[in-house]
Design a protein around this ligand. Structure first.
Ligand code: ASP
Ligand code: MG
Length: 418
């Protein structure tokens, strides 16, 4: 039997009506001849509520009990979905993580898959069951305790099942109808993409396009699971939504496929640090130890204000999430106080945003950066930091120009045209 994985996110199973609506989509695939593994999230808002209850009960909670509580939202929707399907005459059974079993590491709250042995579930399909409804987001540790995979983890559950069972495709039903060239809320010309390559999706996912959990895309790329993102609120068919797939499946890709942005960025500069071997390690070691996610890094010659001082100095600038600024400041001040290195000043700018253009076509095309910078210059947007990778160029700019910059880049790379 050909097999399909269908995943329904929290808004798609938010109440009994929506569960019934999702069940109809499952029914359609069963009628087409598929065995289906359905992965469900908790009803929207439920996981937040459960997390809140845990934190209220025990601020320094035992992570095993956090997982015991927080995983329960998915159990409810899995059972309800199985019941709904049964009411429609479809042989369906629900599965919690331990019943499959979904074996994971013991990192409670951020566990990773170890294995998903298919035998138990295949035996049920062989008995005549058409649908297995699996509680997303959860697993089982070697110690026999329930684990969870990190927020948004049901996407990753879906991809893992598609890989383990060799599914034809993994359909992710959500509250948007696909992946867009940029956020339609800030750029009215944003266009839905028919296809996007794994690598591009990975960049967009990690840059804050919140459609898919980043790890699910990593997993899909590794096991070449074809992923489709589509709306559970619309009539859909095999051509709906956006297919996230191998670049070989994309006949002609544009140089730039999307523009991503991240609002919550900050920039820090250590002014006049002594320039010597080991200075970068001395700075970024303590930042890493403090759990600061440094993203872009620029090192510059520092201006010489004292001609008699013959030592070499450098300015070190880096970007980080806004909510980690205090932690980063403290790490730097502590390192300075401990004599690990010295600097003249620590300058923080929390009014910046990061804008990135992403596209696998960049690998073979020159002049993309120049075009991007010219478009920003034409809008009088000043660039503060630049970083590039093979398929991405990112700039840090003043946050107040964020929307303008996204629109200008969307225009210059003609992303509104297919
Ligand atoms: N319910 C979990 C969460 O809200 C997992 C998921 O929906 O993907 O994070
Ligand atoms: Mg989600």
């Amino acid at each position: 039997m050909p097999l399909l994985v269908m995943k329904f996110g929290g808004t798609s199973v938010a109440d009994l009506d929506r569960i019934a609506n999702a069940a109809q989509k499952v029914q359609r695939e069963v009628e087409r001849g598929y065995d289906v593994i359905v992965i469900v999230s908790a009803m929207s808002g439920k996981t937040n509520e459960l997390v809140g209850w845990v934190e209220k009960t025990s601020p320094l909670y035992d992570a095993r009990e956090y997982d015991a509580v927080v995983s329960s939202g998915e159990n409810v929707t899995a059972g309800l979905m199985a019941l709904r399907l049964q009411e429609m005459g479809i042989p369906a059974r629900s599965w919690q993580g331990w019943q499959v079993p979904i074996n994971t590491t013991s990192a409670h709250g951020s566990a990773r898959f170890v294995s998903i042995p298919p035998d138990n579930m295949n035996a049920k399909f062989a008995e005549g069951f058409k649908v297995a409804v699996v509680a997303g987001f959860q697993g089982l540790s070697a110690e026999g305790r329930i684990t969870t995979l990190g927020r948004g983890g049901s996407d990753t559950t879906a991809v893992a099942f598609a890989a383990a069972f060799g599914a034809e495709r993994c359909d992710i039903y959500t509250d948007v109808d696909g992946v867009y060239t940029t956020d339609p809320r800030i750029c009215s010309k944003a266009r839905k993409l028919e296809k996007i390559a794994f690598e591009e999706m990975l960049e967009l996912a990690s840059l804050g396009a919140k459609v898919l959990q980043t790890r699910s895309v990593e997993l899909a790329m590794r096991y070449k699971v074809r992923l489709r993102v589509l709306s559970s609120f619309e009539d859909t068919d095999e051509t709906s939504g956006t297919l996230v797939c191998d670049e070989d499946e994309i006949m002609e890709s544009k140089v730039v496929s999307g523009v991503a942005y991240s609002r919550d960025e900050a920039k820090m500069t250590l002014v006049k640090v002594e320039d010597r071997p080991g200075i970068a390690a001395a700075i970024f070691g303590p930042l890493a130890d403090a759990g600061v996610n440094v993203d872009m890094i620029v090192q510059n010659i520092s201006e010489l204000d004292d001609p008699s001082d013959k030592r070499a100095y450098t300015d070190m600038t880096f970007s980080l999430p806004t909510n980690q600024v205090e932690r980063a400041k403290k790490a730097m001040e502590d390192a300075k106080a401990a004599g690990q290195f010295a600097y003249a000043k620590l300058v923080t700018d929390t009014d910046v945003a990061k804008i990135s253009v992403v596209g696998i076509g960049m690998r073979s095309q020159v002049g993309v950066a120049a075009k991007m910078f010219a478009a920003l210059a034409a809008e009088n947007v000043n660039i503060k930091v630049i970083s590039t990778s093979e398929i991405k160029i990112s700039v840090l700019i003043d946050r107040k120009y964020m929307e303008l910059a996204v629109q200008a880049l969307h225009d210059v790379f003609e992303l509104d045209k297919a």
